[in-house]
Design a protein around this ligand. Structure first.
Ligand SMILES: Nc1ncnc2c1ncn2[C@@H]1O[C@H](COP(=O)(O)OP(=O)(O)OP(=O)(O)O)[C@@H](O)[C@H]1O
Length: 270
């Protein structure tokens, strides 16, 4: 079976500083993994600076690898034009960490949904106002909201959790095959995190969506992900089925991470 996404020996080196004192930072080092055709939630966890966001940026085509290759649906991820970006974004959508940064505070949130509906209609035809509203409402239903609830509202008139749901709804409008969510719950109130993470599980089963879930939060990763990758200093130190890895981490770093985040005696009831 072919892969939806594959990273093959991907390395990313950043150059920092000017002519004098130039420094090379290897943010990601020889990383390889695949997402199959079957919908899957893959969590990428690791401490700050372990290279998670750089992996996300490469998957989203925002930055190119220094070495190695990323393929989506059998084609090398390489975006050189607006048309290529648009075609790629139909298939792969980001969900950002801070929903308040994803929306202009002076723009009503429904306008974002309508614009996305107009730009990324699955049929390829530009929908009229009524059709765009229908598409927005359908996407909002998938995240537990309705157009009526958000219509005419500015970002600050919604809670962080609601706004993140609107951001996810917007990402669903093009009917992508992959969501790349980089720390999507870290700015959301702790009591609402699980609801958003559970939403990912539903989107996977209801829409057949694959999700890369980048997080510090091992507890939510444990509950929602099928597979997990643990990164440290740009490298994958451990990978496998999420529950297997987190129930019994093998690498000393994974053990330390688990103990630090979940407590040494973490043992979920389920
Ligand atoms: N644009 C950039 N230019 C230079 N160095 C960068 C750039 N982006 C990231 N880095 C460096 O690459 C390394 C990996 O960073 P990255 O943001 O990918 O890690 P992370 O695991 O996502 O961390 P965090 O959880 O804090 O976001 C860090 O040392 C970081 O300082």
């Amino acid at each position: 079976m072919s892969a939806l996404l594959s990273l093959s020996h991907v390395t990313k080196v950043y150059r920092q500083g000017g002519m004098l004192g130039r420094r090379l930072i290897t943010a990601v080092k020889d990383v390889s993994f695949e997402l199959g055709e079957e919908p899957e939630i893959l969590s990428i966890v690791g401490e700050s600076g372990s290279g998670k966001s750089t992996v996300a940026a490469m998957i989203l085509g925002q930055t190119e690898p220094t070495e190695g290759e990323l393929q989506f649906d059998g084609k090398t991820v390489a975006i050189h034009s607006r048309a290529e970006r648009k075609a790629f974004m139909k298939e792969v959508q980001p969900v950002l960490q801070n929903p308040f940064e994803a929306f202009n505070p002076l723009k009503r949130v429904d306008r974002y949904l309508f614009e996305t509906a107009r730009n990324f209609s699955a049929s390829g035809k530009r929908p009229d106002r009524q059709q765009a509203e229908k598409m927005a409402d359908a996407a909002l239903h998938h995240v537990g909201l309705t157009l009526e609830e958000v219509k005419g509202r500015f970002p600050h008139e919604l809670s962080g959790g609601q706004l993140q749901r609107v951001a996810i709804a917007r990402a669903l409008i093009p009917q992508p095959r992959l969501l790349v969510a980089d720390e999507p719950v870290s700015m959301v109130d702790a009591s609402l995190r699980m609801a958003i993470v559970n939403l990912f599980g539903r989107l996977k089963s209801e829409l057949g969506l694959s999700i890369i879930y980048i997080t510090h939060d091992l507890a939510t990763a444990y509950y929602v992900s099928d597979n997990i990758i643990i990164m440290r200093k740009g490298e994958i130190v451990e990978r496998g089925r999420a529950r297997t890895v987190l129930d019994n981490p093998q690498h000393p770093y994974s053990r330390a991470l688990k103990d630090a985040v979940l407590g040494a005696d973490f043992s979920p009831a389920t």
